[in-house]
Design a protein around this ligand. Structure first.
Ligand code: AMX
Length: 438
């Protein structure tokens, strides 16, 4: 059986050839125009970057190398004893476009576990941070500092050839992913449960199995399975979202993968992006507190209007690209529906009821282009139910997950020799001048 690295090595030449052909045969082909609304509107809809692992359709949602989320749930191998696809099998698909065998996925788990231990200085660094520092800030600090051991950086200093960029990038990316559970779990323990001993990494467990263990929820099989699904689902959402794009931009300077991904994490930490899952729970709980149990649809409607009239967004609804209910939301809802313990939760019931009324309210409100839920409308509520109640931590879990897509593209960007990103900007005066002259 081939390893992930060997499989990747096999698929790289065809992709390099594909890019060469695009450059030589189609460099001048026009695929869209740039309107003023794109320039002032955060570049929505502009087709302007390459991203290999996934493509987002506004109505269908995400496809990973052509596979939908239900396809992935069918074909990607679960962990031994589990049902949900693992982070490893999703990474394999993202990186290579191929579905791994259970054995390949297992081997990758073992490799990640064997590389998962944090260097002592990183443990000391994280332990020295104030408990009150937001967990996402801590995660970014830890990831950036891991570049102390960057293979890419040290090879670059020695003058490596361009053809070797991807191999060193790959090595850094795998080490980064392997160390994320220990880093993210240490932050959780320090902030919320200081003083308790953290278990060692178990060489027989998959990445998420270890992560749950290190967090202190080892016996909680339901949470482990939920996190496997959650982390695989959030792994990649094409390239233009703020965190993926940040990783791509910083990586394009040949900053090593640790620096590139640390920058991405700070984009993820914004409330319009990854922080939304903590906001959803906060908002749902405030609603529950105000309205009590057995809430009616009319009461939820009224609460939604109150949120909107106070000038706030409804967290968990809307999306920069999607124009339908997010299939990741649907997959998490199905996970809930299949488990009686979740359906008995008043918070999960409230998510469901909110979904039954919010799209109509948002349509009537008339601002958002997408009145449907995104993945964050439900993700945090399930974590809460399974005992992970510290919602300031939720974006860290998203950060562990999003590494799958970001590192995949970092490897591909170096394998394909993609250039430094440098779009053209204009001042409003320059833009007006251009409009007049055209
Ligand atoms: N509630 C109320 N108003 C909303 C809204 C919502 N959920 N979503 C969008 N709008 C408003 C916008 O604020 C904007 O108003 P403005 O014209 O006064 O500035 C208008 O509708 C048009 O916005 P849009 O084009 O539909 O969305 P966008 O691409 O600018 O932003 C997003 C997308 C996700 C930031 C936005 O929908 C939002 O703020 N949602 C709530 C936060 C959230 O759930 N974020 C998670 C996103 C997924 C993720 O990254 N995890």
């Amino acid at each position: 059986t081939k390893t992930l690295r060997e499989t990747l090595q096999d698929v790289i030449p065809a992709k390099q050839e594909q890019l060469k052909k695009l450059k030589t045969e189609h460099a001048q082909a026009v695929v869209g125009d740039i309107k003023v609304e794109n320039i002032i509107g955060g570049m929505r809809g502009l087709k302007s970057m390459l991203w290999e692992a996934s493509v987002l359709d506004p109505n269908e949602g995400i496809r990973f190398h052509g596979l939908t989320i239900p396809d992935c749930q069918k074909v990607l191998p679960p962990a031994p004893g589990g049902k949900e696809m693992t982070a490893e099998s999703m990474l394999w698909l993202l990186m290579t476009g191929q579905v791994p065998t259970a054995e390949q996925s297992r081997q990758l788990s073992q490799e990640l576990a064997s590389k998962g231990q944090l260097p002592a200085f990183i443990e000391q660094l994280i332990d020295s941070l104030p408990q009150t520092l937001h967990p996402m800030t801590q995660l970014g600090i830890g990831v950036a500092a891991l570049n102390h051991d960057s293979s890419f950086q040290s090879a670059y200093e020695k003058g490596m050839k361009k053809s070797e960029y991807w191999t060193h990038t790959y090595e850094d990316c795998i080490n980064l992913l392997a160390r994320l559970p220990a880093l993210a779990a240490r932050i959780y323990r320090n902030v919320y449960h200081p003083g308790k001993e953290i278990p060692a990494i178990d060489k027989d467990l998959d990445l998420v199995g270890n992560y749950t263990n290190l967090l202190g929820f080892g016996g909680n099989k339901n949470l482990t399975e939920y996190l496997r699904l959650y982390i695989a689902l959030h792994g990649d959402h094409e390239g233009g979202n703020a965190s993926a794009h940040t990783s791509h931009l910083v990586g394009s300077t040949l900053a090593d993968p640790y620096l590139a991904y640390s920058a991405a994490l700070y984009a993820l930490a914004g409330p319009l992006h990854g922080l939304a899952n903590q906001e959803v729970l906060r908002w749902q709980q405030a609603m529950q507190k105000e309205l009590g149990d057995n809430v009616t649809h009319d009461q939820i409607k009224e609460y939604l209007w109150k949120t909107l009239k106070s000038g706030q967004v409804v967290p968990g609804y809307g999306h920069g690209v999607l124009r339908q209910a997010d299939p990741r939301f649907i997959a998490l809802q199905e996970f809930c529906e299949s488990r009686p313990e979740l359906m008995a939760s008043s918070t999960i019931q409230l998510v469901k009821k909110t979904y039954e009324v919010a799209p109509d309210v948002l349509k009537e409100h008339g601002k958002t282009k997408n009145p449907y839920p995104n993945v964050d409308a439900t993700s945090g509520c399930v974590l809460y139910h399974y005992g992970l109640t510290e919602y300031k931590y939720y974006t860290v879990i998203f950060g562990v997950s999003r590494a799958l897509g970001a590192i995949t593209q970092l490897v591909w960007s170096r394998a394909l020799g993609l250039p430094l990103e440098r779009p053209k900007s204009l001042s409003m005066d320059a833009l007006e001048k251009l409009i007049k002259s055209s």
